[in-house]
Every structure is written in structure tokens, then in C-alpha cells.
Design a protein around this ligand. Structure first.
Ligand SMILES: Nc1ncnc2c1ncn2[C@@H]1O[C@H](COP(=O)(O)OP(=O)(O)OP(=O)(O)O)[C@@H](O)[C@H]1O
Length: 247
């Protein structure tokens, strides 16, 4: 398989304006030019995955969208508003929520304290709702974050950001290192959230998880998107997708 050149990636014009629209995004770590003209969009209510090998630029794309990485050019609009120049706290206030790979929870605080620290916004998840979605968090309510398993930390990290009632959830490898039953549960919750109107941009290396959830997949190679695969084509193109991920 040869990776199609960037220009071969064709996105049909969306019938409604995208919720997130990234155009010609270039990003840099110091002198190192890491993203090269990334174009992607997420429609309202859509789940989109970014897949590719380690170091391909997926996490950098999320960091660039959230404003955690400042050294970038191009255009990032959310709900029609330019967010590229906003500090990350103001990006979050617009309705984007990011769960980084390292699952930013507060390790010295208990599960309940982690849940209650960011006050829930109107429409955001309450502590009770978090416990209903993931009953194990209720059982662990008084345990410090540092004593949770990887799966419990991932659940806690997701429900924490849902307290802010985001419109777009950015998830960085939510299935990484987790037992299949936990991966299944997290997938169920993401699907449920979509039925409630949430959009999701998902970085994944677990193809089974990504293809179960995502409506479209963008394939990253060396800081560029080289292919775009719809849910309808993902089964027929499974071998291509596996090759993109293999080392
Ligand atoms: N803080 C940093 N400083 C310098 N270079 C970095 C930094 N973080 C990432 N890079 C480099 O940027 C490139 C893209 O990395 P990125 O983390 O975005 O890839 P990725 O596709 O998310 O892969 P992974 O799954 O390994 O995180 C890689 O070459 C990586 O080495």
C-alpha cells in the first residue's frame, strides 16, 4: 500500500458547518516542525478518530487545538469562532474538554474530591451521574487518585471533564493499557454521550476500539494526514488501516 499524497484526501463538503474546523495547521516544538498542514473537521454529534504510529503527530494535534502548544500557525475554529489565539482556559470555556494521555487527575485527592473540585456547570455531569455511569467510582469514593487502577483513573478523568458540559471531547488513547471489560464500558459511555449530542475527537492506536466508535478516521503519518476513512469503508480497508498502525 502506498500512502496517498495529502492532496488525494478528499472530504466532501459538510452539509452543516463543522463544530471544529482545523485548516493548514503547522506546529513546532522549538526548531522542530512537527505538524505539516493538517486539515480536519468534526461535525456536530460526530465521533472522529486520529490514528497512526507513535510520533505521527496525533497528540500534538490535540495539544495545538486546546492551546496547550502555542507555537503553531493555521486556523482552528470552534462553532465558527477563531480559537487559535485564545489561552487554553478560554478554549475550554468555549466547550472543548481534553482528557490527556496521562489522565490529569489529582493523585492526592480522593475520587469524590476529584469529582467535586471543578463545580459542575449547568448541564454538566453531577457526581451522582458519574457514579451511575461508573459504579466502581462510588465504591472507590474515599480512595486517593493515586491508588486507582489505570481503568479507574481513565473513568475518573473522563467524568471530571464532563462536569463542564463540553460540546467536544478530546480523548487521547482512552483505551491504552486497560482491560477489555473496561475498554468496553468506556466505549459504551462514549456512544451514549454521542446520542446526547456530544462530539468526540479520539486519538487511538486500538483499531478495534476506534472502528467500533468512530464515524471517520484520519490517518497520520509524519505530521500529516495522508488518508481519511469513513465508517462505511473501515471494514473493507481494515488491512490498510492495520498497515498504517504497524511498526
Ligand atoms: N515536548 C516535546 N518536545 C519535542 N518534541 C516532541 C514533544 N512532544 C512530542 N514531540 C515530537 O513530536 C512528534 C509528534 O509527537 P506526538 O506525541 O504528537 O505523536 P503521537 O502520534 O501522538 O504519538 P504517541 O502515541 O507516541 O504520543 C514526535 O516526533 C515527537 O517525538
Amino acid at each position: 500500500m502506498t500512502a496517498p499524497h495529502m492532496s488525494a484526501v478528499s472530504t466532501p463538503p459538510p452539509s452543516v458547518p463543522p463544530l471544529l474546523d482545523v485548516r493548514d495547521l503547522n506546529a513546532y516544538y522549538g526548531q522542530s516542525h512537527v505538524l505539516h498542514g493538517v486539515n480536519l473537521h468534526v461535525q456536530p454529534g460526530e465521533i472522529v478518530s486520529l490514528i497512526g504510529r507513535n510520533g505521527a503527530g496525533k497528540t500534538t494535534t490535540l495539544r495545538s487545538i486546546m492551546g496547550a502548544l502555542r507555537s503553531r500557525t493555521g486556523s482552528v475554529t470552534f462553532d465558527g469562532q477563531d480559537i487559535l489565539r485564545l489561552p487554553s482556559n478560554r478554549v475550554a470555556a468555549r466547550g472543548l474538554a481534553w482528557v490527556p494521555e496521562e489522565r490529569a487527575i489529582m493523585s492526592t485527592l480522593t475520587v469524590r474530591e476529584n469529582l467535586e473540585l471543578p463545580p459542575a456547570r449547568p448541564g454538566g455531569w453531577t457526581t451522582e451521574r458519574a457514579y451511575e455511569a461508573f459504579p466502581v467510582l462510588r465504591e472507590r469514593g474515599h480512595h486517593p487518585g493515586s491508588k486507582l487502577s489505570g481503568g479507574e483513573q481513565q473513568m475518573l478523568a473522563i467524568v471530571r471533564v464532563l462536569r463542564s458540559a463540553p460540546r467536544l471531547l478530546l480523548l487521547d488513547e482512552p483505551s491504552e493499557g486497560l482491560a477489555p471489560v473496561i475498554v468496553q464500558r468506556i466505549g459504551d459511555i462514549i456512544q451514549k454521550l454521542r446520542t446526547e449530542g456530544l462530539s468526540v475527537l479520539l486519538v487511538e492506536q486500538n483499531l478495534k476500539f476506534a472502528t467500533r466508535l468512530a464515524d471517520r478516521h484520519y490517518v497520520f503519518v509524519d505530521g500529516q494526514i495522508v488518508d481519511e476513512v469513513s465508517r462505511a469503508d473501515a471494514v473493507a480497508r481494515r488491512e490498510d488501516l492495520l498497515k498504517y498502525l504497524s511498526v
